[in-house]
Unconditional design. Structure first.
Length: 203
């Protein structure tokens, strides 16, 4: 009995922050630390080992849509739903090899593929950070589902490190269940997307 008590006393039960990100077992696999990077955000590390990015405390990674092929490809989707404002926010990141040679061709191919995914026909703007290039754009996509009309606000980007042979397609989508009184602020949506893009660090 004494031995059992000593054994139990020596065991430490791991505790997690009481936020949706750590309540989900699959999401926890991507979060190496329970310490906040900044208020409301933790650090997500790709299972490829190729990049890391800020992760909102109220988001969860979708296990159903997750794909990975070794260290060279990963498709990751995570999101959250605000029950008060009825706003759904979704982030998708596609990590892939972009090739060492013919930079302009690889860039054009990458942008074309991204444009097709988000139904975009337009030009991209370029942003430069200390370690990467971000080619980004915005659009508003309207569609009908279950006899209801919906609007999705998107900010999306093709992101390349200044050194390395990988790229990330990043898509930030915000939508409302109630389009009539939808409280989405397009400028706030863009700011949130830029925050996530800039936080990406390639390894």
């Amino acid at each position: 009995m004494i031995a059992s008590l000593l054994f139990l006393g020596g065991c430490q039960v791991e505790t997690y922050p009481e936020v949706p990100a750590f309540e989900d077992e699959f999401t926890r696999e991507f979060l190496p630390s329970t310490e906040e990077v900044e208020e409301g955000y933790y650090l997500l590390k790709s299972k490829t080992g190729g990049y890391q990015v800020l992760f909102p405390e109220n988001a969860k990674v979708s296990k159903v849509s997750y794909e990975r092929n070794g260290e060279g490809f990963e498709f990751l989707r995570y999101g959250n739903y605000n029950h008060v404002d009825e706003i759904a926010v979704e982030h998708t990141l596609t990590y892939n090899i972009h090739g060492k040679e013919n930079y302009e061709r690889n860039l054009n191919v990458g942008l074309n593929i991204l444009s097709q995914r988000v139904h975009y026909d337009g030009e991209y703007e370029k942003m430069e950070t200390e370690d990467k290039y971000i080619y980004y754009a915005h659009n508003v996509h309207n569609f009908e589902a279950n006899n209801e009309f919906h609007t999705v606000y998107r900010t999306f980007a093709y992101i390349l490190p200044k050194e390395g042979i990988f790229s990330i397609d990043y898509i930030h989508s915000s939508s409302c269940n109630n389009d009539v009184d939808c409280p989405i602020d397009p400028e706030e949506q863009k700011e949130d997307a830029f925050k996530m893009m800039k936080s990406i660090k390639f390894k």
